[in-house]
Design a protein around this ligand. Structure first.
Ligand SMILES: Nc1ncnc2c1ncn2[C@@H]1O[C@H](COP(=O)(O)OS(=O)(=O)O)[C@@H](OP(=O)(O)O)[C@H]1O
Ligand SMILES: Nc1ncnc2c1ncn2[C@@H]1O[C@H](COP(=O)(O)OP(=O)(O)O)[C@@H](O)[C@H]1O
Length: 200
């Protein structure tokens, strides 16, 4: 109540014209260790080389600041995703290609972020990597701690992960199980090109 939207004379279309790209959100979801952050960085680098402006919202990083007050219980994960979705929406409105790399284990929370954006501007990428592989990578040793009962409520071990039912991209693509992060980034970039996001 008593809050009125204030419009600026410089809008999203002007910013997109300036940047020669269209603002959107690439939402990378998957288990810990599935390669979300690696893909986000490869994508950021490949787009930077093409002169395109991106910004990464990585779960781990955002939890150091904006979301430092949140735990990993379901309602805090929901709030984590809600805030990241709102920030991603602002970045997309700024004309950037915003890359969110977050476990985002609940379908409902991801779908809520999708509804914040215009149709087609939310690109959900599912890192379809089996738990066994994620666990064997275990770069931070968190699966080991979770198996030892030293971390409770770890996604995939004793906390749920709901895979997308209908997302824009599933990686690695069928028949290409050993795709490198760069190859995966190129798959995403082909999608962006095809949909016209890499021009104003
Ligand atoms: N209980 C539990 N479950 C899952 N992950 C955990 C947990 N505790 C800490 N971590 C570390 O936090 C990173 C995930 O943060 P996110 O913000 O992406 O998680 S979520 O979307 O809110 O579920 C995750 O990073 P990634 O490995 O990059 O996914 C972990 O390093
Ligand atoms: N395409 C890939 N092929 C093989 N290993 C990968 C690939 N992508 C990431 N990795 C490795 O898997 C581990 C987890 O990757 P990371 O990006 O940190 O995952 P997440 O952000 O989902 O937790 C890292 O050690 C990384 O080097």
């Amino acid at each position: 109540t008593n809050i009125v939207w204030h419009k600026s004379s410089v809008g999203k279309l002007h910013r997109q014209e300036l940047l020669q790209q269209k603002g959107c959100v690439i939402w990378i979801t998957g288990l810990s260790g599935s390669g979300k952050s690696t893909l986000a960085c490869a994508l950021c680098q490949a787009l930077y080389s093409r002169g395109k402006l991106t910004y990464i919202l990585d779960g781990d990083n955002v939890r150091h600041g904006l979301n430092r007050d949140l735990s990993f219980k379901a309602e805090d994960r929901a709030e984590n995703i809600r805030r990241i979705g709102e920030v991603a929406k602002l970045f997309a409105d700024a004309g950037l290609i915003c890359i969110a790399s977050v476990i985002s284990p609940y379908r409902r929370d991801r779908d809520a972020c999708r509804t914040l954006l215009p149709e087609g501007d939310f690109i959900e990428v599912f890192m379809d990597v089996p738990l066994q592989i994620c666990e064997s990578r275990d770069p931070k040793g968190l699966y080991k701690l979770a198996r030892a009962g030293k971390i409770k409520g770890f996604t995939g071990i004793d906390d749920p992960y709901e895979p997308p039912l209908n997302c824009e991209l599933v990686l690695p693509q069928k028949g290409n199980n050993y795709a490198s992060p760069c190859e995966m980034a190129e798959t995403v970039i082909s999608f962006l090109e095809e949909k016209g996001f890499l021009q104003a």
